[in-house]
Design a protein around this ligand. Sequence first.
Ligand code: PAF
Length: 277
Amino acid sequence: MKTIKTISEMQDCRKTLAEPVGFVPTMGYLHGGHISLVRKAREENVSVVVSIFVNPKQFGPNEDFEKYPRDLQGDLEILEEEGVDAVFAPEAAEIYPQDFNSRVEVLGITQKLEGNCRPGHFRGVTTVVNKLFNIVRPQRAYFGQKDAQQVIVIQKMVKDLNMNLEVITCPTIREEDGLAMSSRNIYMNPEERQSAIVLYRSLMLAQDMYQRGERDTGAIRKEMVRLIKTEELARIDYVSVADPATLDELDMITGKALVSLAVKFGKTRLIDNVVLG
Ligand code: PAF
């Protein structure tokens, strides 16, 4: 497995990789969710490239860029074990040199949900993912359903800009008690970690209501909020039942619906979702 720090080395390495190339962009501190993406990429492609880059442009000024967990050595050991061909792990100055002055932005859907709570976040994501796609030139790129809006935004960018690759969404990987795996889970103390199980329970409640025939999203949201609020430590940013294509809030569910939420436990902000229908 090659560990690569510069764009030119990555581009040279890419020329030697047998195609198709599967690509898993990450911010490192790898967990079961990332590993499932790498395994899917390994299954479906001849070569696999993983990037590890904590992208400063997708963090707001008061967010956790500085304290975002990092463990490059541990990540490399995991990826070696998974049979990855190349890991691209550049420094910020390599990706954003001093004269860097461009951005890539999907409009509309990026203003809702996460975009509404984290202004500029998706512009940072699409800018870096666009650069990574240009550098790695994969045939397929793999993202987790846990960041549902991120995948929708990236799919829109790929379609709108006629980018020549397939975006593949892989299921959310959960801890035994249902908490979605996330690099940020380690921020929580034991009480917060215990309380956070309510997120999965509230999503399962929504699914259960839907399966029993409920289509009124007001009723579903209300029950989810009520359940989440039974946990004293939970602070809700949003609970949404939206159209998965436009991310507009739905009144009634007639087709598919993306039920998503963002909730803080202390300083840790978690997101999760489930698709109904
Ligand atoms: O999902 C992530 O880890 C990041 O948003 C991504 C896609 C690697 C871009 O920095």
